[in-house]
Ligand binder design. Structure first.
Ligand code: PLP
Length: 381
């Protein structure tokens, strides 16, 4: 099978499985226990924390190990809801992942402002600046780094600087950026997140990185009292190993973006009416999100699956849900168009040949779907 759904999750990378297994075997003791075996696990966690902090250029005490980006995003909104007054507000972009937009609405009911995107799927820095200058009670701004659906990159560095200049906490959902693009600038953000399974680590491990100590799980006192609960040392070790692997690969990016672009050119010759979302904007090198001119997305997914290619419909958490996804709203899609959205996303395993084969598979899937449609009296989408 050729796997093209890496924005949903990635398989364990290279040596990660070995690192994970060794840590499971040798580091199973509870790191909070009082004997030497436990102290060794504590020391390994501390080493992994230092290594990850160095990768992001931040202080190790700013890192909290969590289960993933959803937990981190929830933790930030929950923390600010508890520490702020009842009339304080939050500003989020209109294309945030549900793990940001849902806690924003949950913890700040009727007190969420939306920063809209332009026709290219990018938030407006002018709109952000004038919002920050206006009289309002905004305590937290949250903007994603890269869209999980279209791959469109947001100007989060500039947004972070603007918020800092106005003394407002800037949180960045950087789940899709980290592991795909250089991550040196994230220290500009007041807080950001990291989801291990997006870059070759197991599911269930990630980071919340923040200048403020934001305690959110109480009881147990782990992570300096910020997140109670026994640490999963094997997962932490695996994430550190995956991050090391990523750091060696970030030089190959221009070539990889070229493979994706060639796929899109080939796709346009199969489907001349295809609309590629975000293609005029800076995008993640691995992502192509488009509206097929014909046939519902799940029919394409099924056909391609049988042909040996795993692709997705917009985003994993929207599959089979009949609602507009954030990017569908950003690009003013109708709900009918939304049912034709497809997303393909590679990672470091996929090479130029895989992208070419994927384009060929689209041709075969199109031929089969067209044949079925002409044999059926029912008009298909
Ligand atoms: N934010 C974005 C942009 C994502 O793409 C995802 C996962 O798809 C998440 C948050 C949630 O990540 P996790 O699975 O680590 O909770």
């Amino acid at each position: 099978m050729a796997y093209f759904d890496n924005n949903a999750t990635t398989p364990l990378a290279g040596t990660v499985f070995e690192a994970f297994q060794t840590a499971l075997e040798k580091g199973w003791a509870n790191p909070s226990s009082p004997y030497r075996q436990a102290a060794r696990v504590r020391a390994e966690i501390s080493r992994a924390r230092d290594q990850l902090a160095a990768a992001f250029g931040v202080n190790a005490s700013h890192l909290t190990f969590v289960s993933g980006a959803t937990e981190s995003n929830n933790a930030v909104f929950s923390y600010f809801a508890h520490k702020s007054s009842n009339d304080s507000r939050v500003l989020i972009s209109s294309i945030e992942h549900p793990s940001v937009s849902a806690p924003a609405k949950w913890y700040f009911p009727d007190r969420v402002d939306l920063l809209e995107t332009d026709g290219k799927g990018i938030v407006s820095l002018e709109a952000l600046e004038s919002f920050l200058q206006s009289e309002n009670k905004t305590i937290l701004v949250s903007i994603m780094a890269a869209s999980n659906e279209t791959g469109v990159l947001q100007p989060w560095q500039e947004a972070a600087k603007l918020c800092r200049a106005h003394g407002v906490h800037f949180h960045c959902d950087s789940s899709q950026w980290i592991g795909k693009l250089p991550h040196d600038d994230f220290s500009l953000c007041s807080s950001f997140v990291c989801s291990g399974h997006k870059f070759g680590a197991p599911k269930g491990i990630g980071l919340l990185v923040g200048e403020d100590a934001m305690p959110f799980f109480h009881g147990g006192g782990q992570e300096e009292g910020r997140r109670g609960g026994t640490e999963s040392y094997p997962s932490i070790e695996a994430m550190g190993c995956a991050m090391k692997g990523v750091e060696g690969t970030l030089a190959q990016l221009p070539q990889r973006a070229h493979w994706r672009d060639s796929f899109e050119t080939a796709l346009k010759s199969v489907l001349p009416q295809v609309r590629i979302l975000g293609c005029e904007s800076p995008r993640l090198w691995n992502t192509s999100c488009f509206i097929a001119p014909q046939f519902e997305n799940l029919r394409w997914v099924g056909k391609l699956d049988k042909l040996g290619f795993e692709i997705s419909t917009g985003s994993a958490c929207s599959t089979a849900k009949d609602e507009l996804t954030p990017s569908a709203s950003a690009f003013s899609l109708t709900s009918e168009e939304t049912r034709r959205i497809l997303r393909v996303s590679s990672y470091f395993e996929q090479d130029q040949k895989d992208w070419q084969s994927l384009a060929d598979a689209f041709q075969s899937a199109f031929d089969e779907l067209s044949e079925e449609a002409s044999a059926s009296p029912v008009i298909s989408l």
